[in-house]
Design a protein around this ligand. Sequence first.
Ligand code: DGY
Length: 417
Amino acid sequence: MRDSREGLAQAAADVLIANDTGVFVKPGPGQYPGQWNWDSALITIGLSHIDANRARAEVRSLLTGQWEDGMIPHIVFHSRDVEYFPGPETWGRAKGAPRVATSGITQPPLLASAVRRLHERHPSKGFLREVVPALERWHVWFQSRRSDEESLVAILHPWESGMDNSPRFDRALARVGGSGTEFTRRDLVHVAAEQRPTDPDYAVYVTILETLREGDYRPSIEDAPFSVGDVFLTAVLARAEADLAWLWHEMGESGAEAEARSESLRAAIESTWHQAKSLYTDAGGDDEPATIAAVLPMIAGVGGDRSERLVAALIDPSRFGPTSSAPWYPTSVAKDDPRFDARRYWRGPVWVNINWLLITGLEDAGYEKEAIGLETRTLDLVSENGFWEYYDPHTGQGLGCGRFSWTAAVVLDLCRR
Ligand code: DGY
């Protein structure tokens, strides 16, 4: 067991090293040529098992993209010459943007949690003094620009959720529609169309981008063409705020403000609990699709007996859990939801970054047996099929981009922690 885990860990390290540009680690070859925000946080955790200085450099590189108002964008391109759509030309250069080319929207804020893990493994107060104020500015930006008192954090583009084409966003996207702008998708050069968001999805993604660009990416939540309170991003931030408070403590400061923000985010999440479904929701509605986002508040710690009900949903074969014909889990959409699609991006496949988050949440809530079960299944999935972006829950076949960095990073962490 130990030897096979060490072999898998070495293969994972090789993927990260191969995708390293020297400035940042690409999420994957071909498909993703820039530095993506939440990918980079997970990659930092992976790199912390290889080389602490390289892991610190990864964080510094992402922070070069921070905007004047504190936002850390979802992509830092580092070069204007990238084969990606939408690239730097499409995003443009807005007021308050940094010198380096970036997108104009953000992504799930995992970075403070990654910096905490890096610091736990390789303490450096000097590094914390360098990066913690930047993390604080980003988190305050979420509070001031994207949330009202005790409400979920709003996303203004599905790409901000990290779960682009999740059925959670179908209704809000239908209200926007496509503008008819002509563009050429580059993602289909690398990945089969049946595994990616559809053309109509992309038409709306581009329409939202164009509208946001006209307002320098800073509309109010009310004026944005697309605005959804995101229970998953809110849970990531609630956890990251608690980790940020911990980092401030390490620096001899109180961290009280981050702790208070974490508390109010947790209260916002609790208010979305749907009693009959035993799941969290984005808007508390009866007809919301059942997606893995509904279980993920576990990473922020949830109240009362709710964690027990989330764990039940996670392993329930008719929902997110394994069956004899679909042994790989959890699915990103519940199998009993009519929108479940086993091979299409965030509409059904298994994503191991999500598994890693859930393993952490299960451990923290004391579900040791379930955590070990999910960890074993996750490592088997990757060792049998390779380091893919996502996986078919029926066959385990790798989908999307191959030699994918965050898959390697979380596998490395699970093997070596
Ligand atoms: C993509 O290119 O598919 C990304 O998810 C958008 O950030």
